[in-house]
Design a protein around this ligand. Structure first.
Ligand code: SF4
Ligand code: SF4
Length: 503
């Protein structure tokens, strides 16, 4: 069938600058560029270009420019280009449209409508360069009260604390599974987490044995497919996370196509090479909070009550009630993933239309747990749409204990958010299990970039705290007085629990 889809992008090459080095030809995993030996010229197939910017970045003479194709643009305010292209695609294929990364709809982002306070005159700010600032964060259930006793003349803690994760900065790397991303990226995340005093999350694909040495900085995930879950895997991690849902595709399962299940991925996932790795939409042993409790306690038993158990859900309409049940079921950490949460592959219609913004979910859940007097029984980790240190500070002020970041980590190591992760041909060597393309990520360099990102954001968090006159992150947690809203309705302000700017 003839396609009516015009190329989305046009590749322009300045032939005066081009030295025919063929870097672009070799770098493009979509065969956009080719060398025409007859005319000794480099040419392009515009229809293959996904605007990943790999060639633009690596062209030694900066000869390439990628532009949006003005001819593909017949959109209006109602029939956007995206809507028109999707209809044409489905008329040609009869299939579900897949996509990668997070929701890209122009819903506004609440982070951008929340502003932070700063100290002036009466409550002096603190200079983080000269004074100690505490951003260390402990995740896990906290006791209702602490009992102390005198021991050899000094005060000692009598209450036995349940297992905690200790974070030097309130930022963790969110779940990304081996297979969806390359082993080199998994290694970089593990090493950066270890170097930065925080944690990475294996995602649902298990943990390759070569990374067991970073187990003390790993949150090992147990999802509906149970890929790679075995006693040693549970033992090696610092915490276990039950994945019920994720922000990019609430209510539906996962699918790693057989082409991405290489021999190494298959060994780690404990499935045959080349088979589709299908995670069912529900956990087939969980149909109630009581069932969830059974799994939580099965995992606690399996790990001898030495590790906190996290439960991750997508942020949806009744997250607060669900979270309350999760805490009562024994979850030590509640991970909430908002509508902007990313993925390697999801139906576009689900990614863009299901779920709620993480900002509202944090506020709802924190408030509900406080009202029920059980906020201390679990920590809240927020994910899905964290783009900067300011977003983190706002998330903590809304009630989160820490955040998970994922897209930001991939952007730090080269990702240009082209949203083509589901093809398995990520030109940046990230969302791929192809052994050849994976080599594009050097774990040493990627680790350094991730450590730098965490360091920069941590310094900025301290700067913002100091500006508000706070020297400990506890003072910020759930402190909604530190926030003011702009351009929000009364209902939105009420849900967020913040006042209007100027009030
Ligand atoms: S990378 Fe740049 S200089 Fe090299 S062939 Fe391509 S366009 Fe020409
Ligand atoms: S991970 Fe790769 S394929 Fe996915 S959005 Fe980033 S650059 Fe594109």
């Amino acid at each position: 069938m003839k396609t009516y889809l015009l190329p989305e992008y046009l590749v322009e090459r300045d032939q005066n600058r081009c030295i025919r080095c063929k870097v672009c030809v070799n770098q493009c995993t979509y065969d956009t560029h080719y060398y025409d030996a007859e005319d000794d010229v480099i040419c392009s197939r515009d229809e293959n270009c996904v605007n990943c910017q790999r060639c633009v970045t690596f062209c030694p003479t900066h000869a390439i420019t990628i532009r949006k194709n003005p001819n593909a643009n017949t959109e209006n305010a109602n029939w956007t280009l995206g809507a028109i292209r999707d209809v044409k695609k489905q008329a040609e294929t009869g299939g579900v449209i897949l996509t990668g990364m997070g929701c890209d709809k122009p819903y506004f982002t609440y982070w951008d409508r929340l502003l932070l306070n700063a100290s002036q005159v009466t409550n002096p700010s603190i200079d983080p360069l000269r004074e100690p600032m505490e951003i260390r964060t402990y995740l896990g259930a906290k006791p209702d009260q602490l009992e102390m006793e005198l021991e050899n003349g000094s005060v000692a803690l009598k209450t036995e604390l349940t297992p905690q994760l200790c974070l030097d900065t309130p930022i963790m790397f969110s779940a990304m599974s081996y297979g969806a991303i390359s082993l080199n990226v998994h290694e970089a995340l593990a090493r950066a987490a270890a170097e930065s005093g925080t944690y990475f999350n294996t995602g649902e694909g298990g943990l390759d044995k070569s990374l067991y040495k970073y187990g003390s900085h790993a949150i090992v995930q147990v999802a509906s497919g149970r890929f790679g879950v075995h006693p040693t895997y549970l033992d090696v991690g610092a915490a276990v996370e039950i994945k019920i849902g994720q922000g990019a595709k609430p209510g539906i399962g996962g699918h790693l196509p057989g082409e991405k299940v290489t021999a190494d991925v298959a060994r780690t996932r404990m499935i045959p090479t080349g088979t589709d790795a299908l995670s069912p939409a529900p956990q087939h042993d969980i149909y109630s909070i009581e069932d969830l409790r059974q799994l939580i306690y099965a995992l606690k038993e399996a790990t001898d009550y030495t590790k906190p158990i996290s439960v991750k859900i997508a942020a949806v309409h009744n997250s607060a009630a669900i979270a309350s049940g999760m805490v009562r079921a024994g979850g030590d950490i509640i991970a909430l993933d908002g509508v902007r949460g990313a993925t390697g592959a999801a139906p576009k219609v689900i990614r863009d239309n299901v779920g709620i913004p993480i900002e509202l979910a944090i506020a709802q859940v924190d408030q509900r747990l406080r009202e029920e007097g059980i906020r201390n029984q679990a920590s809240i980790v927020a994910a899905g749409g964290i783009r900067s240190s300011a977003d983190i500070v706002k998330a903590i002020a809304l009630g989160a204990d820490a955040v998970y970041i994922a897209t930001a980590t991939l952007v730090a190591i080269g990702c240009t958010v082209c949203q083509k992760c589901y093809t398995g041909k990520c030109p940046w060597g990230i969302a791929t299990s192809d052994p050849w393309i994976s080599k594009r990520v050097n774990p040493d360099i990627a680790t350094e970039r991730l450590v730098n990102l965490l360091r920069g954001w941590s310094l900025e968090i301290k700067d913002m705290m100091g500006g508000m006159g706070m020297n400990a992150i506890e003072s910020l947690r759930g402190n909604r007085l530190a926030l003011r809203g702009v351009g929000l309705t009364k209902t939105e302000l009420k849900i967020l629990g913040v006042k209007m700017a100027g009030d």
